[in-house]
Design a protein around this ligand. Sequence first.
Ligand SMILES: *Cc1c(COP(=O)(O)O)cnc(C)c1O
Ligand SMILES: [Zn+2]
Length: 469
Amino acid sequence: MAVVARTDLAFQQCVAPSCAATFGVEEVLTACPVCGSLLDVAYDWNRLRPPTSFEVFERKWMRRGDPLAFSGVWRFHEFLPYAPRESVVTIGEGQTLLAVSDGVGAYVGMRPGRLHLQYEGLNPSGSFKDNGMCAAFTHARMIGARRAACASTGNTSASLAVYCAVTRLMRGIIFIGSGKISYGKLSQALDYGALTIQIAGDFDDAMARVKEVSGRLGIYLVNSVNPFRLEGQKTIMYRVLEALGWEVPEWIVVPGGNLGNSSAFGKAFAELKALGLIQRVPRLAVINAAGANTLHELYTRRGLRWGGGRADLAPACHYYDELDRDKRRADTIASAIEINRPVNLTKCLRALETCDGVVREVSEQEILDAKAQVGAGGLGCEPASAASVAGARQLVAEGVIGRDERVVCILTGHQLKDPTATVAYHTTDQKLFNEVLGSRGVSRASHANRAVSVGNRIDEIVQAIDLYG
Ligand SMILES: *Cc1c(COP(=O)(O)O)cnc(C)c1O
Ligand SMILES: [Zn+2]
């Protein structure tokens, strides 16, 4: 296939600079048909003429009766203009919050006023995934898809299920691994009425199968190999900038699973800079769980780099062979990032280059302690989200992040997504603690808020309150 010069305003483009093949937005592709690399959604910005200042977006706050102005994703339609207004799907996603947290900031080692938490748990399905799902649904609607599928550690499926239930545009089909999904997330898929297929295997198995099956049956795939989803996830960064009065923070810290967020954030900043809307990009820190640390292993230990698009992926292939040979499976309480073969690896490497990025891994203990601090600060989150806070703490301790820099940690999912982890951390029941956490090498719950057990007697209750209240 030859490289075609396109006249479209929006198109899909292979991320490999040596290939750079382009395809229409009406095509359903999960990889470049020429070379197999990932695809971007790309735009002819010269002809699209996006806003030259951010004020346009502020004015939309006055038009909140218009669903596209109300949506925290589509308010920024001009930055992801691949669909006409009438195709856009929204259920009111992106009403999120950027909060300064001095309590969590002190834990991380920052001076007051410097640590910000971007709380994506406020989305309709309780995680950031809705940012991308409305974008993928919009594309699916453009091409007339009737069924959509995903493999999921839980939140993508919850998001797919809620968009199917609200819009009635498509039948949702969800592939999950066995026993790995938290009840909070599974309950959403079931409650919203999605077809749920539980495979004897883990996430990586479910991912391989869903690709195979959707190809065979012509089902629209909404996993994060879908380039349109990442367009929606760019808007998390626009909202962060909006909340900071359009000032660019020094650091964005994000958990890394399939690496869709980190990839989308890098693209968002590269585009804003190219458009002249920002003068510099923030630095990016991507945080793996130690039990699912492919990016950390490849980037920090084995020196894998994007290299302007000339990345030699041999170390990645070699590492995956090692994983197979040793039968090593991803394993962490942070189930949303329990992924050993991140599908957006190359795009994430590009984002790390754009944003002078760093990668770290955090232990189960660090994740759970950080999660307890986030909860005590008033914005609860699920374990995977707390990896960002635990990672920021490590980077401050190393002196990589300065105590006075402005840091934004992304809280990717809501506290109630995985109540088992929370209860097990705070419990007085040693058996429960051991079962859920001790078995993962967590030795103590340093920030536990333990329930006080008393008899059903008024004097005992009064005494407990006197003692602890
Ligand atoms: C999906 C998910 C992640 C991982 O995000 P990627 O973009 O795939 O790296 C992290 N946290 C939560 C809560 C998630 O649902
Ligand atoms: Zn290609």
